[in-house]
Each structure stands twice: as C-alpha cells, then as structure tokens.
Design a protein around this ligand. Sequence first.
Ligand code: ADP
Length: 500
Amino acid sequence: MNQNTPNGSPLLPDNVSLAEQKQAILASIIATSDDAIISKTLDGIINSWNPAAERMFGHTEAEAVGKHISLIIPHDRLGEEDIIIGNISRGRKVDHFETVRMTKNGDMIPISVTISPITDNSGRVIGASKIARDISIYKRVNEKQGMLAAIVDGSDDTIVSKTLDGIITSWNKAAERMFGYTEQEIIGKHISLIIPPERIREEAFIIGEIFNGRRVDHFQTIRQAKDGRQIPLSITVSPIVDGNGNIIGASKIARDISEHLSAQEEKARLFEQVKALNDKKDEFIGLASHELKTPLTSINGYLQLLSSLITDEKGKRFVDKTRQQVKKLNALVSDLLDVSSIEAGKLRFTEERFDIVQVIENVIELFAHSNNNYHIKLETDITELYINGDAHRIEQVLNNLLTNAIRYAPGSNQIIITLGREKNDVKIGVRDFGVGIAPEKLKQIFSRFYRVDETNPNVSGTGIGLYLSKEVITRHNGKIWAESEPGVGSTFWLTLPLEK
Ligand code: ADP
C-alpha cells in the first residue's frame, strides 16, 4: 500500500519495499520534528542528530555525530548520564526527565527529555534514543504564573474568580480571612454561599454585565461570612477572557469598607448632634425674644405716659432718649424673633396689593426725618407701580438697606435709590458711597449673623438685617444681591415680580 499525497500522487516510487517506505517516513518525521531527537551508543557516542537538535544545541549534525554526549551536558550534571545509561542498559525508559543541557555557545537550556533503549533484532540494548523538548517557555510561563499567584495570595484585597455559572474557581488568602472559608472548602461551590439571600438578585445583574463584556466597578454591597457576619464591601468584577477571546468567567476584587462606612456614620452622627444643638439654640432665641418682647411693650407704654406727665424740659428730653433706646431694643428683639421664625419655617407673610413707589417714598421720608443731614434721592420717572406681597416686610427690607447705607458710609451723606421696570419685575437699587465690600465677602453678607470684620470694627450690628432681607425677598419670588467696590461704595439690588 502506498502513501498518497493529497493530490493522489504516490509519496514514494512503487519499487520501494514496505520496510524501506516505513524507514523513509520515520526519517521524515524525525527530520521535521520540533523536538530534538538524538541517538547514542551505550558508551555515549552520538550516532544521530536531527535538525531540531541542531537548532536547539547549535552543533551541526556533522559536528555532533561521533562525539560523546557530554558535548551537551554541563559539567555539574555529568553524573546524570551514568544514571540514565544504567537505566537504559537494564531496558528501562527514562520519562520526562527535567534537566538542563548546554548549547554550543555555552547557554544553559531547560529541557524535558525522554530516553528509550534501542534494541537490536535479538532484543539486546545497543543504544539510547533521546527526545528532548526545550521547556524554557513553560518555565517562564510557570514562573510568571507562580509570581501572579504569589501576588494574588499576598494581596490584602479579596480576589476570587468564578465561572459564568457562578462556580468559584479561585479563592485567595485574603478571601479566606474575610469570609472564613478555606480554599479547599469553597472551590467548586456556588458564589451564592457568600451572598445574603435578599441580595441574590445582584448576582444576575453582575453576571449579565460580565456576559456582555462589561466591568462592574466599585459596586457597594454586603456579603456574608461563614459565621453569618455581614460585611460591607466595594467590589469590582471583570470578565475573564480565554485565548480565543471568549468570556469564560469573572474575577472579583473586593475590599472591606466597614471602616470607611463607620467614619461616614460617625460624621453623620456628629452632624445630627450639631444640628440638634443648633435647633436648641434657635428654640432658645425664639423663647428669649418672646419673653423680652412683653416687658419691652409695657416699658414703652409707661414711658409714653411718663412723657405726657412730665412738664420739665430736661426730664422730657431724658424720657425721649430712653424711648429711642427702647425702640432700638424692640427692633433688635423683633429681628431675633424673625430669625427664629425663619429657622422654624414659621415666618408668615400677609398678601396685599400695594404701590411700591409709595412704600419707597414713605421709607425715605422717615429716614430724612431722623437723619436730616442726609440726601436720599429717588431716581425714577415711574409714579406708581403695583405689586402683591407683604408691604410691611418689604418696607423692613428697604429700611435695612438704608440703615446699612448710612451705617457703612461714615464719610458720606448721600444715598441714591433707583426704581425701574425690567420685564415683569420691578428693580430697585440702593447705592451708597461708603466703605464697600471685598468681592470674596459679597456672597456671605446674606448669611445669618455674618458681619465683615474689617468693614468698621466700631460699627455695632448683629448680622441679621441682610439675612432677613434675603428671606423676605426670595419668599416674594424676587432676588437680592450686591455690587460693590471697596473704598468707592456699594449698590444693593432687588427685584420683585409685578402684579399680573
Ligand atoms: P449688620 O449690619 O447688623 O452687621 P447685615 O446683615 O445688615 O448686618 O449686614 C451684614 C454685613 O454686611 C455687615 O456687617 C457689613 O459688614 C456688610 N454690609 C452690609 N451693608 C453694607 C454696605 N452698604 N456697605 C458695606 N458693607 C455692608
């Protein structure tokens, strides 16, 4: 029977015997093998040397045949040859013996070698054939794998891998520490072993993402240890891809975030504590102002009576001065009461239709009366403009702005108020020529109790006026803000929606 090539032509001529054909095929296999195939006598003299041996060890066939096999054995391994020959002489094969051999230029290569006895027709061992495979690549892969395994095992993060069906395929030391299951116990088990029952649906989501080649990043969840302990974790799950690009499983890196969580919980607890204290303080301010209000009202009443009874000029002046101070005290207490109402969400507004021009004119008149060296000018050509809201509260805002415009402009006696329409709003500006406000402070001046330290250390105040003003204006669906240039002056702007 002839060996045919795929196109049908005979591999060897017909007149070649079967034995010869077999010989030729074997020769061709040896010549094309990737493994080095060498044969030698029992004395160790090389008598055949295939091309792979040439490539592996660097000696050509001509150079190697006839030489002793020690040609490729490192000095420190020469003893191995005696053991091998000992085995072969007794007809025993040496299988997958891992050793090191030397190339022509002195390099050492790790090989796996199988040595079999060669027998003659009578069955006598006459030599040895040696098939050697260069295993440096496996060695390197092994070393790399060993290194990776050491990294994974040494990691403080839990690293686990599983198949797409959820069967655990690897489990590092940190996973053992975290969950209490040993590697032997858990490999081959289903991942649901560490998932609390109420979270089992998460697994379907994670596997769904992995199946589509997506990574699940920093997923915060809870897993369960062997002793039932619930552990808050942040996990990152990535697909495991085989050499052909198929997703065959998932690797999971988990980090215990209980400490992180407890820091967060501690922060939340402190925040609650501060908030509770703050609420207590607001409650006290509200209560105290309320208690102050009653005696103040009666002091005011009695002073009024006293003023009408006293005929002596000096006495009248003193009573008037006392009444002015009581008025200031009363305003302060009212402001404090308002602050506590805002904080408690209880600041109430009345709603009426009123002419804003009229309100501005009233405020100006009142100010001109008590500050007669001041020029407060209203610049507008509008004579009346109606809005809906609490006229008394709007008046309070304008009062605050004018008080500040006087208070923080010690060297000036001029204030300009502008009034205009802008779309559906009225826009009012209160401009002074005072100390001004640094740009970085402008946003803060509307905060509760905030005062700009350097404005004027001698000017008394509470830091309530602008906070109240902002509340009043925003509750009217308007806006309030300031523009200022230190040393030049400030303009406080507000807008309020016009009546519809
Ligand atoms: P108070 O005037 O009682 O301190 P406000 O809430 O009315 O409280 O004002 C807050 C801070 O804003 C003031 O302390 C002051 O530093 C600054 N400020 C307000 N109005 C002016 C202004 N017209 N010019 C300069 N600074 C001002």
